[in-house]
Design a protein around this ligand. Structure first.
Ligand code: ADP
Length: 215
């Protein structure tokens, strides 16, 4: 079984823009896969179709065997998403952020507490657990977003341009965390428009341009 299997995916927005023109790709379990392409290539659209934020026009997407449209719940449970924008709820503390996310994904209370503890330590956030996210540094916000994405123990982690607009030092720090997540067995799909980032981290890379896989 593949971690992600996309076949002939087409996405046409109501505006008429054909953002994906028949994309196919496969990601093996445990792989660190890069989707590299310029702005407007269709990377976010592919991620949105995979995570149920957009409806594919045609084609199929399977996440660990689960159809992303017809078996949305199982498919979505297998995915952790770290979006591009810093979409934290600024009124929540770090600990609440993790706990609420676990709740949305149906984790019982005890399991949420144990998992949150693990992640707070792994991402060096433990001593800030009661801090509201609005008061955190940019680097910490990024780390909270990563920890939140991993809260429900997804088998596939999707990172949508995690280092866009991030300075060099913080980029290296994030790479270190992401590398470790993959070393521990989580499959990773990274989208980026930085060739250097894809080269450094990924085992295989697909180039996407104007909604088509170019190489
Ligand atoms: P990338 O993530 O590679 O920058 P996107 O998937 O965001 O690319 O965009 C691919 C194309 O689809 C672009 O031409 C963009 O303008 C268009 N697009 C993205 N989202 C929408 C939307 N919600 N409605 C209409 N067009 C969209």
């Amino acid at each position: 079984m593949k971690a992600l299997e996309i076949k002939d995916l087409v996405k046409r927005y109501p505006t008429g823009t054909e953002a994906l023109k028949g994309v196919s790709l496969e990601i093996e379990q445990g792989e660190f896969f890069g989707l590299l392409g310029p702005n407007g290539a269709g990377k976010s659209t592919l991620i949105h179709c995979t995570t149920g934020l957009a409806q594919p026009t045609s084609g199929t997407i399977r996440v660990f065997g689960h159809d992303a449209v017809h078996h949305y719940e199982q498919a979505r449970l297998a995915v952790g998403l770290a979006p591009q924008e810093l979409n934290l709820d600024f009124f929540l503390t770090i600990e609440e952020t993790l706990d609420f996310h676990g709740g949305y994904f149906g984790m019982p209370r005890r399991e949420r507490r144990e998992r949150a503890e693990e992640l707070l330590v792994a991402f060096s956030l433990a001593d800030k657990r009661h801090e509201r996210t609005r008061f955190l540094s940019g680097g910490m916000k990024r780390r909270v977003i990563l920890a939140r994405a991993l809260m429900h123990r997804p088998k596939l982690l999707i990172l949508d341009e995690p280092t866009a607009g991030v300075d060099v030092e913080l980029r290296l720090e994030l790479w270190h965390y992401v590398q470790r997540i993959n070393d521990e067995g989580t499959t990773v799909l990274l989208t980026t428009h930085y060739l250097e980032e894809a080269e450094q981290l990924c085992q295989r890379i697909a180039f996407i341009n104007r909604g088509e896989i170019a190489a």
